[in-house]
Design a binder for this molecule. Structure first.
Ligand code: C5P
Length: 398
């Protein structure tokens, strides 16, 4: 997704400029060509040498600078850029861009480029909340700039408020979303579930499973990066909430069912990667169950089978995590649950279990089309699934 993309990273003069080094590093590691432009005041916070070392490219700090790369002029970078990202963006740079001022290399590049521009404001809360800054940001939004909302937290002034540069993952997620806007799932509404449900025994205990949520999150992110409008319905996991994805947190199978029913009202596809408990305790004790002298027997009752129950014209894609007779069991589920496709995963095979970053799956369509995929990252599996979802939606004329 980011591989071979040229990203012009504009760094302006704020205390968060040091975080831009991490952003440059992660983008470079993801295969992007990162070209950094620093404003004069950014040089007060971090040196060009840092960015040159990280990106392997000369850093532009001056409009009239000549470098080994003599094609660097005020339009060169704007032409090669697939996206321009300004992080951190001060109130000053935002004001200049909003007014069309082009008195340094960064503002010039912004004014010339046809590439998408992402701006990540970071400043003192009062500056950010000032109506002048807000009006300038609104102007940029109207002109199609993507603005990343700053986070609330401790500010450089020692105070607390809105104005912090978000984590690198949030900025990268936004860049990927911008690149994916015209992808093959553009405008499609995809609902994804993730994680293992928690079925409460009492206020402090629950029954659950080993699902990490990684597969579902990978599907949600991959769908986002192909232009889909994604709703992720997730149980509590250790994973970061993906940027640009509507995320709804649930706990039990029943809560997940109710949320799925609502979320799929206008959906094109439901992808149930969640490991839904098949049984729940018949009763949930109001108070913590006390240890008694003897053993304790729990009575379990069936949970709703969400993917079978939920009705609609959308595609239904299920997962089958199996420990034996993988394909036969998966095919049974495909038929019994009236799915369009099932992703069969032998959780006993190496590198394919719960919590792993990789998975080895077999994709089986309703018509019987079966494809054994090699061990790949969950993100790669997600894209393979979505390749088929895109095709199926096309066949449905959706
Ligand atoms: O648990 P099982 O192997 O039957 O899960 C197969 C598929 O059905 C999965 O996609 C899972 O998310 C879904 N499922 C469900 N509701 C349940 C149990 C499973 O939607 N109660």
């Amino acid at each position: 997704m980011l591989a071979n993309k040229t990203i012009v990273l504009g760094v302006t003069g704020g205390i968060a400029a040091y975080k831009a080094a991490d952003l440059a590093s992660k983008l470079t590691q993801a295969g992007a060509k990162v070209r950094v432009i620093m404003t004069k005041s950014a040089l007060e916070f971090i040196t060009p040498l840092t960015f040159e070392g990280i990106t392997g490219n000369a850093v532009i700090t001056d409009m009239f600078q000549t470098t080994a790369e003599h094609r660097i002029n005020h339009v060169a970078l704007s032409e090669v850029a697939d996206a321009i990202v300004i992080a951190p963006a001060t109130a000053n740079i935002i004001a200049k861009i909003a007014c069309g001022i082009a008195d340094d290399m960064l503002t010039c590049t912004v004014l010339v480029t046809k590439a998408p521009i992402i701006v990540s404001p970071a400043m003192h809360a009062n500056m950010y909340e000032n109506s002048i800054t807000q009006e300038n940001i609104a102007k940029l939004k109207i002109r199609g700039f993507t603005i990343i909302e700053p986070e609330v937290g401790r500010l450089a002034s020692g105070g607390y408020g809105v104005g912090r540069l978000p984590d690198t993952e949030v900025i990268i997620g936004t860049i990927q979303q911008v690149f994916g806007k015209n992808g093959d799932l553009k405008g499609k509404r995809i609902v994804v579930t993730a994680g293992g449900t928690r079925e409460a025994l009492d206020p402090v205990r629950y029954i659950s499973n080993h699902s990490s949520g990684k597969m579902g999150y990978a599907v949600a992110e991959a769908a986002r990066d192909r232009g889909a409008k994604v709703t992720l319905i997730t149980t509590p996991t250790a994973l970061a909430i993906p940027t640009g994805v509507e995320t709804i947190k649930v706990q039990s199978a029943k809560q997940m069912r109710d949320t799925v029913v609502k979320a799929t009202a206008k959906a094109d596809a439901l992808i149930m990667a969640a490991a839904v408990a098949d049984y729940r305790p018949k009763t949930t004790a109001k108070q913590k169950i006390k240890k008694g002298a003897g053993d304790l027997t729990l009575e379990l009752v069936k949970t709703p089978d969400i993917i079978s129950e939920v009705k609609g014209k959308f595609l239904k894609i299920g997962f089958a995590a199996e420990t034996q007779d993988l394909v036969a069991n998966a095919k049974k589920k495909l038929t019994n649950k009236a799915l369009d496709m099932i992703v069969a995963n032998d959780v006993t095979s190496e590198g394919s279990g719960f919590g792993a970053d990789t998975s080895k799956v077999t994709l089986i369509n309703k018509g019987g089309k079966q494809e054994d995929l090699p061990l790949m990252t969950k993100r790669e599996v997600a894209d393979k699934i979505l390749d088929r979802v895109g095709k199926l939606l096309g066949e449905k004329g959706k």
